[in-house]
Design a protein around this ligand. Structure first.
Ligand SMILES: *[C@@H]1O[C@H](CO)[C@@H](O)[C@H](O)[C@H]1NC(C)=O
Ligand SMILES: *[C@@H]1O[C@H](CO)[C@@H](O)[C@H](O)[C@H]1NC(C)=O
Ligand SMILES: *[C@@H]1O[C@H](CO)[C@@H](O)[C@H](O)[C@H]1NC(C)=O
Length: 485
């Protein structure tokens, strides 16, 4: 459990592991700039691309429900018999509302393996219309979701003779991208450029741009953009958002702001992206102005932005930022609580020297199984105890750390030794050394120096000389003021 939390924290601190988890990555769906931008909020399912789901009709919705329950509930009919029904057969044909089968796949996308089984059924169905490119593209995307790239490639190969269109390349590029196959994604793009009947479209370029942007390869991203412009492929709203994400990841605030400024009327998702940029950049005034504009949306669904803003405030030390942080923390719902945020808050209170608040949060961290592992954080906490000199409170912090399995450092015990020595409680100071010996068998000079100083300040020459003897024994340099005699 503790390890998992640690991993979580580390991932959070560094970056999301894969583009699929990247928060501000816009959906790659819309390909034309004429599309109404505000009808395309950044979708939570960014992997699902390339098809534009319409409102599913009731036959499709109920069929999807039946299929989903067929694999979870023993009482329901199994998948094969659901697919034998008339309603299943009726949706494989195009209707005036579009292509109901595509809608079905889109409703099943959260269960990609199940959706692929349904696709297989449709593919093997006798006397039905041949599969169209969009159906193949959906299946390729599903295979990508299921992390089965060999299946994605197989479907791509299979589709090419009958349904040859950029959408298939785009689907496979997306599958590669989301599975971290950067080079395969790029080389597929170059294959697409070699196609004689058509070339890459806006979506293909968008995929490549977001790939480079995600991997903080700004020069490549910009060169792809130039290539896009010189090939006469129109940029879309999504293109601009992808560029903003790329600049955000590479911390190029000026360029990010420039692109933001080029929107006549930025939509909500663009504003949220810019807010994130201002928060990470620590541009508090601009951040606050933007926050005023998008408050409602942030409160409704963008908790990670609240965390980003808290982080931004936590970097400046002043009365008002502490107050603002406390207000923002109130907005965070329990289920959306980040361990990382907790650590940030501990640091805020520690830096302000507010020991009661800090201890309350540390206690809470322990309850939530949050691992405090960073030496920087531990040292900041210790500095509070060092200043206030309360060795009992430090002792109970160390006990918690030991019991919770937080990474222990010598600094904890050294700080306790110093506090004991300040109070003249030298026996207890020595006990700490024994404790350290059980964790770190090899003594170090710094610990001995604290012992030395404790005894020498108390005028206990005999013990002091013993410590000097130990220093000799280990070959450490003797403190300069030591009187050897
Ligand atoms: C875009 O859609 C929104 C609501 O969905 C609408 O209010 C707005 O007028 C539309 N804009 C354009 C340019 O079509
Ligand atoms: C990928 O899909 C193919 C065909 O459905 C299947 O045979 C294969 O076992 C799958 N591979 C993985 C790694 O799931
Ligand atoms: C797909 O086709 C390419 C060349 O057209 C071939 O190299 C590759 O092995 C094929 N892959 C599969 C899984 O069929």
């Amino acid at each position: 459990m503790a390890r998992q939390q640690l991993l979580h924290l580390r991932l959070f601190l560094l970056s999301s592991p894969k583009p699929v988890l990247l928060n501000p990555l816009p959906s790659l769906t819309s390909s034309s700039s004429s599309r109404n931008a505000s009808s395309n909020p950044i979708s939570r399912n960014r992997v699902w691309t390339l098809t534009t789901p319409r409102r599913a009709d009731s036959t499709v919705t109920s069929l999807a429900e039946e299929i989903l329950s067929s694999s979870t509930n023993d009482l329901s009919p199994d998948l094969a018999s659901v697919l034998e029904s008339d309603s299943a057969r009726s949706i494989v044909h195009p209707s005036i509302n579009g292509f109901p089968f595509l809608e079905l796949l889109s409703l099943l996308k959260r269960r990609p393996l199940l959706a692929l089984q349904v696709f297989d059924w449709r593919r093997n169905l006798r006397d039905s219309t041949p599969l169209i490119a969009e159906e193949y593209a959906s299946a390729i995307a599903l295979a990508g979701r299921a992390q089965n790239l060999s299946l994605a490639v197989k479907l791509f190969n299979e589709s090419k003779p009958t349904a040859n269109k950029p959408i298939l390349y785009n689907a496979l590029m997306t599958a590669f991208m989301y599975n971290g196959e950067v080079n395969r994604c790029i080389s597929l793009f170059h294959e697409l450029k070699k196609e004689t009947k058509y070339g890459p479209d806006t979506v293909s370029y968008n995929i490549l741009l977001s790939l480079y942007g995600y991997h903080i390869l700004v020069d490549q991203m910009e060169s792809v953009l130039r290539d896009m412009d010189s090939s006469g492929i129109p940029r879309s709203v999504v293109t601009y958002k992808i560029l903003m994400c790329g600049y955000l990841r590479s911390r190029r605030w000026k360029q990010m702001e420039r692109i933001f400024g080029s929107f006549k009327e930025p939509d909500m998702s663009t504003r949220l992206l810019m807010l994130r940029g201002y928060a990470i950049a620590g541009k508090l005034e601009k951040m606050e102005r933007m926050y005023e504009l998008v408050k409602g949306e942030v409160h409704a669904q963008e908790m990670s932005l609240i965390c980003a803003m808290i982080r931004a405030y936590s970097k400046v030390r002043c009365e008002s930022s502490l107050r603002k942080i406390e207000e923002l923390v109130k907005l965070i719902r329990e289920e959306e609580y980040f361990p990382h945020l907790h650590i940030v808050l501990i640091m805020v209170y520690a830096k302000e020297g507010l020991i009661d608040e800090m201890e309350r949060l540390i206690f809470d961290a322990n309850k939530r199984n949050i691992v405090i592992s960073s030496h920087r954080v531990i040292r900041t906490i210790l500095s509070v105890y060092y200043k206030c000199g309360d060795v009992e409170r430090l002792g109970s912090f160390i006990n918690q750390a030991e019991n919770a399995g937080w990474s222990l450092s010598k600094d904890l015990y050294r700080c306790k030794m110093i506090l004991f020595s300040r109070l003249g409680r030298l026996t207890e100071m020595c006990c700490e050394v024994d404790k350290m010996d059980s964790y770190w068998p090899v003594r170090d000079r710094y610990t001995l120096k604290i012992l030395y100083k404790g005894f020498s300040d108390a005028g206990r020459m005999w013990e002091m000389n013993m410590v000097i003897g130990l220093m000799f024994k280990y070959g450490f340099r003797i403190p300069q003021d030591a009187v050897v005699g």
